[in-house]
Ligand binder design. Structure first.
Ligand SMILES: Cc1cc2nc3c(=O)[nH]c(=O)nc-3n(C[C@H](O)[C@H](O)[C@H](O)COP(=O)(O)O)c2cc1C
Length: 321
């Protein structure tokens, strides 16, 4: 018997499982997001710095596989942001997730169109600020996550955010199965978001080299780039990421670090991993939980197994009444 969580947002969206596939620039395609929503979770298209036409194309690709609601994760710093929001509204998208940046200038307009807004937050202060501005939920993301990260771990961050705000809190970072999901619920989360787990799904369209690297990764196979020069990101250890960290050490010892050179090195590198599978130039963004993932599975199986395992564990600890 599956446990039901009290999350009005998920109820409104008609989700079967309280599980979100986190937006992932390049990797979170319309096909993947649509497949997750079709299977009963919430898929989110990751659009990074794409222009509005590319966003529309991916939204339509998601619609080819589902009639259910799905979300779009926007990059607020993108120079296409206005046109991107126009497309999101025109296409009738129901959920907008945001990474770095403040979504509040767009909040009223998005709410007028019935769009749920869910920023990702790495700290209590940001969660409180977002609640005050009127967002509908927050995703508390720990530094175990793949991609750009804050500094707190999920285990410490989630309960503190839960205590600090009165809106639903979704836990993200280091969750890969029903055990992690049940643990997040125990910490007070009313849903989870996974990214790395969905990279290794049949419906994920990332290059085979990237998928294989996630499946083969051990617990110690991720590193954080940007520790010294900023813009921290968790990626798999590759020739590229090791070189990046070496260059960072060299740059930081200079009187004035050449941030431009580092930006150049990072720019476009996620695309090189996702599309070309190139380990010399690609940033294979993935989280610490990659070590737990041993197989590429259909998203329907990932969702079903994760939630039935979590439900079993939660029922054992809560009792059946
Ligand atoms: C390849 C990759 C790309 C990502 N890109 C984004 C992004 O563009 N915007 C964002 O808010 N989060 C991004 N994330 C974070 C995910 O949405 C999600 O919160 C995270 O992966 C959860 O942690 P996990 O990897 O341990 O499951 C990315 C993660 C990965 C693995």
């Amino acid at each position: 018997m599956n446990v039901q969580l009290n999350n009005p947002i998920f109820e409104k969206l008609g989700m079967t499982y309280p599980i979100i596939q986190g937006g992932m620039a390049w990797a979170g395609t319309g096909h993947l997001a649509g497949s997750v929503s079709e299977a009963g979770g919430l898929g989110i298209i990751g659009i990074g710095y794409w222009h509005a036409d590319q966003v529309r194309t991916e939204i339509r690709r998601a619609r080819e596989v589902t009639d259910r609601p799905f979300g779009v994760n926007v990059m607020l710093m993108s120079r296409h942001i206005r046109e991107v929001f126009d497309v999101i509204i025109e296409e009738g998208i129901k959920v907008v997730a945001t990474g770095a940046g403040d979504p509040s200038p767009f909040l009223e307009e998005l709410h007028e169109h019935g769009i749920i807004v869910m920023p990702v937050v790495p700290s209590v202060a940001l969660a409180k600020m977002m609640e005050k501005k009127g967002v509908d939920a927050v995703v508390a993301e720990g530094a175990e996550s793949g991609g750009h990260i804050g500094s707190l771990s999920t285990m410490a961050l989630v309960p503190q955010v839960v205590d600090a705000v009165n809106i639903p809190v979704i836990a993200a970072g280091g969750i890969g199965d029903g055990r992690g999901t049940a643990a997040a619920v125990m910490l007070g989360a009313s849903g989870v978001q996974m990214g790395t787990r969905f990279l290794a799904s049949e419906e994920s369209e990332i290059h085979e080299n990237f998928k294989n690297a996630v499946v083969k990764a051990r617990d110690i196979d991720t590193v954080v780039t940007g520790e010294l020069l900023g813009n921290r990101a968790r990626v798999l250890k590759t020739k590229m990421s090791k070189q990046y960290i070496k260059n960072e050490r060299l740059e930081v010892t200079k009187p004035k670090p050449d941030a431009d050179a580092m930006e150049k090195l990072e720019n476009g590198t996620l695309k090189n991993a996702v599309i070309d599978g190139d380990k010399n130039t690609g940033a294979f963004m993935a989280g610490e939980i990659a070590g737990l993932i041993k197989e590429v599975e259909p998203v329907s199986q990932i969702l079903e197994q994760t939630w039935s395992q979590a439900s079993e564990l939660l029922t054992q600890s809560w009792g059946t009444h």
